[in-house]
Design a protein around this ligand. Structure first.
Ligand code: SF4
Ligand code: SF4
Ligand code: SF4
Length: 322
């Protein structure tokens, strides 16, 4: 019997999603025996020409992590889409832009200035910046074009499924592989984790009263958090109410509030929903009182949209045509 062909590819990502596949430990060996990997740049030495040589639609499933921020990533994503029956946006970066999409609050010039000129770990006396073509001796060196915007994967190519998480958990990845091999995937377009808020499965949910108020927001290092009590009740910002369930509450179990990596539970704007939740529990109804509490949040965009800037209302209104 022909084995299903699997491709794994990465774009603007940290490598953690690739690593999370290895995190399924010995199950990777069972899976590897049942599938044929045709591309996995992080782990195996395939060449893109191998993929170009495949017939269109020949790859059973491609798992793509990371958003798209340069012309090489766009070219490879389009190639993989053409060669694949099914594409999964793997992890928060591919689904929603992830942490790297916070760059969409700036532009390319500011990115270059910060990364190549001002960063304290960079020494660049000639103020060299990345260029698509550079002459070095008698050679012309080329680099991909870096875009002004970081795109989530489905801004560029069609996506069939979305696997949440930064990175997705080993259980969700194992379940995905089993369903790819044995069947049982839901209808196309689905996010492969329960469509309900993390609070529903949180072991601290029963300590969160139906009605309560907070008068300030503290940062986690400012108090010794009670390991049993809902973080919000302790004046600590926890993104659980606006975050999708399915991670096993791993941060909560480590006595850390949720930062929202499983994305929204529905099609809502994750950050706006959390701001709405805060609005309903903040003590005092005056604008200045609300401002005082919100001022206690050190980095509002990075707090409410840490994983979803590219998909959010903060995302660029005008993007280059791709
Ligand atoms: S989703 Fe998280 S782990 Fe995966 S590539 Fe993005 S930053 Fe890394
Ligand atoms: S707000 Fe956070 S700590 Fe409280 S119930 Fe929801 S997920 Fe749990
Ligand atoms: S608790 Fe929140 S931030 Fe932590 S893994 Fe779960 S969804 Fe992600």
């Amino acid at each position: 019997m022909t084995k299903p062909k699997i491709a794994i590819s990465w774009n603007s990502s940290c490598g953690g999603c690739d690593e999370s596949i290895v995190d399924i430990e010995d199950k990777i060996l069972d899976i590897a025996a049942k599938v044929e990997f045709v591309l996995w740049p992080c782990a195996m030495d395939f060449k893109y020409d191998h993929v170009r040589a495949l017939p269109d639609g020949d790859i059973t499933v491609s798992l793509i992590n990371g958003g798209i921020q340069n012309s090489h990533q766009e070219e490879i994503a389009r190639l993989i889409r053409k060669k694949s029956k099914t594409v999964v946006a793997f992890g928060a970066c591919a689904w929603l832009g992830g942490v790297p999409s916070l760059i969409n609050l700036k532009n390319k010039e500011e990115l270059f200035k910060s990364s190549y000129l001002e960063s304290i770990s960079v020494e660049n006396p000639r103020k060299t910046l990345p260029a698509i073509k550079s002459k070095v001796d008698n050679c012309t060196l080329t680099l991909p074009e870096i875009y002004d915007t970081l795109y989530k994967l489905d801004d560029i190519i069609g996506v069939d499924y979305y696997l949440p998480g930064c990175p997705p958990t080993a259980d969700l990845i194992t379940d995905l592989f089993l369903k790819l091999i044995e069947g049982g995937l839901p209808e196309k377009g689905a996010v492969l984790a329960p469509a309900r808020s993390l609070c529903i499965s949180c072991p601290r949910n029963e300590t969160k009263p139906d009605n309560f108020e907070i008068d300030e927001i503290k940062r986690i290092h400012e108090i010794i958090a009670d390991p049993e009590k809902c973080f919000l009740v302790q004046n600590l910002l926890c993104m659980g109410p606006s975050t999708r369930d399915g991670c096993g509450c791993s941060c909560i179990k480590g006595n850390m509030p949720c930062t929202g990596c499983f994305g929204p539970a529905d099609k809502s704007d994750q950050g706006a929903k959390m701001i709405g939740t805060l609005g309903s529990i903040l003590k005092g109804s005056t604008e200045s009182e609300a401002d005082r509490v919100i001022d206690g949040i050190a980095d509002p965009a990075g707090t409410f949209y840490r994983y979803s800037t590219a998909a959010s209302m903060l995302g660029r209104k005008r993007k280059e045509d791709r």
